[in-house]
Design a protein around this ligand. Sequence first.
Ligand SMILES: *[C@@H]1O[C@H](CO)[C@@H](O)[C@H](O)[C@H]1NC(C)=O
Ligand SMILES: *[C@@H]1O[C@H](CO)[C@@H](O)[C@H](O)[C@H]1NC(C)=O
Ligand SMILES: *[C@@H]1O[C@H](CO)[C@@H](O)[C@H](O)[C@H]1NC(C)=O
Length: 589
Amino acid sequence: RNQTQERDNLYRTGSNILKGTRDKTKRKQAYQLLMKAADLGSTRAMEKIAYALLFGDQLPQNITAAKILYEALAEEGSPRAHTALGFIHATGTGVYPNQAKALVYYTFAAIGGNHVAQMILSYRYSAGISIPHNCEAALIQYRNVAKHVANKLTFAGGILGGKVRLTERHENPYSSDGVLDLDLYQYSKFLAEKGEVQAQVTLGQLHLVGGRGLEQDPYKAFYYFSKAVKAGSTYALAFLGKMYSEGSEAVPQDNETAFKYFKMAADRGNPLGLNDLGLAYLHGKGVPVSYTVAFQYFQKAAEKKWIDAQYQLGLMHYYGLGVRQDYALAYKYFHLASQSGHVLAFYQLAHMYATGTRVARSCHTAVELYKNVCEQGSWSEKFLSAYFAFREGDIDSSLLQYMLLSEMGYEVAQSNAAFILESKQSTIVRENQTYPLAQLLWIRAANQGNLFYTVIIIKYPSPYYTWYTKNLYSTHILCSGKQANKIHGLGEVRLIAYYWEQGFIVSLDVHLAKRFYDMALQSSQEAYAPVLLALAKLEVVHFFSEIQRASVSVTYHLLLLYSTSEHWEVFFLNVLCISLLLSIACHNR
Ligand SMILES: *[C@@H]1O[C@H](CO)[C@@H](O)[C@H](O)[C@H]1NC(C)=O
Ligand SMILES: *[C@@H]1O[C@H](CO)[C@@H](O)[C@H](O)[C@H]1NC(C)=O
Ligand SMILES: *[C@@H]1O[C@H](CO)[C@@H](O)[C@H](O)[C@H]1NC(C)=O
C-alpha cells in the first residue's frame, strides 16, 4: 500500500508541476518524478512520458520509443494511447500512413471517452476525411465535447489569443514582432505602484486568473484590487466581490461580503457589479433567490453593453426564469452576445440549431458552432507550446504539435503545419512525403472555407510571400468563391476576392468588411455560422489594428481606455489578459 501511495504522490507532484509552469528546469524535474512513478507502475505517468517522447517536451524526441510505450499502454486499454497511435498512423509519423488503422484507434479512444479523439472523429465525419461525410455523427461527438468545454470555461469569452498564424507573423499582433514585445507587465507594475487605477485593476485581474509565466496569486490580486478600491475604482469593487464569492487562500468564501461589494459597485452603475448582483440573485448567493430581481439587474447591465449580461438574459428567456419563456428573445440575446465572441452563447445557439428550437433545424450550422466551442478547450494551449518550439528552432516538436491540432480540425494549425513542412526544416517527415502532406493540409485548411480568412488575406498581398503562398491564397479564394456561389448572399465577399486576385485591393477595411458580413448574414441562413464567427473575430482584429496604430505608451493607455469606456467588455479584457500573459511568457524565454 505504501508503494501505491508513493507512486500516486510522485505522479501528482510531477503532473502538477507540468500543469503550472513552462520553466524548462522545473519541467525536467517533473519528468524525473514521473519516470519514478512509471517505474512503480503508474499508467498515467507512462502516458505523460510517452507524450513527452513523441512531442519532444524536455525529453529527447524519440518517436520509436514513444510508439513502443504507447502500444504497451494501448494493450491495457488506455484511451490516450489509442489517440496517440491513431495520430501516428494517420500522419505517418515514423510509420507508413494508414488511415484505416488510424480510424480504428481513434474510434476506440473516442469510445473510451477521450475528448481529443472525439474531436478528431467529429472533424473527420464533418469534412468526410477517410470516412463518408456524416453530419449527424459529427454533431453527436461535437456536442459531447462542447458540453465538457462549456462546463470548464473560466473566461466567458473563451481564449481568443495565442493562435499565432505562422504565415502572418510579420503582421500578427500576438507575435513578438508586434505590440507585445514591449514589457507591458513591468510597465503596468510601475504604473500601478504610481497609483494608476486601471493598471491596478488589470494587474489584479492577471493575478486572479494566472497563467503562463505569471503565477496565479490571489494575495497579489487582492492587494491590487484593494489598492484600486481605495482609489475609487468600481470595477475593483466588483472584482473583490468575485474573490469573496469564489473564495481562495487569500480570501475566505463569503457570500454576504461578496454581495456587499457587488451592491456597492452596482449602486455606482458599474456593469460588472450589476451583472454579478444579477448572478447573486439568480443563484441565491448571500440573498434569497429572486429571478425577477436578477432579471432586472441583468437588463441594466445589458443596457451598458455588458456581454455576459446579454447572455444571461438569453438564458432567462430560454428557461422562462423571471419572465415568460420566449425562444425568440432568447435567440436574440444569444445572437447578440455571440457577435462579441461569447463562447457560451455559441454553445446555446448551437443547441438551438441542433434541436430546431425557434430556428429551422440545421445540422450544418450546429456543427460549425459546436466546433467553435470545442476549439476553446484546454487543448488549444498547445498552440502556444507549438509556437514557442517553432521560435526556438525545435521544428520537429513544433510540427508534430501543429499536426495533432490539425487532426483535431483547427484550420490555423493546418496552415501552420503545412507552412513548416514547406520550409523543409523538419526531419521527421520523409523527403518524398513532405509536399504531398503539405498539400493535403493546405487543402483541408482551404476547405474549411473560413470566411474571415478570406477577407483578412486581402490585407496581405505580396511582398512577404513566396509564389507558393500566393498560390495557396488564390486557391483558397477560389474555394471560398465556390462556396460563395453556392451560398446566396456571399457574392460580395467573392467580389472582393476577385478584386484581390486582380491586385486591386491592398488594405483591409474593417468597416467595409463588417458591412459585407452583415449583408451576408441578412440574406442567407446557410451563412449564419461562418458569418457569426467571422464577425466575432473581426472585433479582435479591429481592436488590435487600432492599438497598433498607436505608439508605445499610447498603446498602453489605449488599452486602459478601452477598459474604462462604456464599450468595455469582458471580451476585450480577455484579449488584453491573454496578450499580456503571452508577452510575459515570450519575455521569460
Ligand atoms: C529511441 O528509442 C529506441 C527504443 O527504445 C532506441 O533503440 C533508440 O536508440 C532511441 N534513439 C535515440 C536516438 O535515442
Ligand atoms: C454561498 O452560496 C452558495 C449558493 O447558494 C452555497 O452553495 C454556499 O454554500 C454558500 N456559502 C456559504 C459559506 O454559505
Ligand atoms: C518514399 O521513400 C521511401 C524510402 O526512401 C520508400 O520506401 C517509399 O516507397 C517512397 N514512397 C513513395 C510514395 O515514393
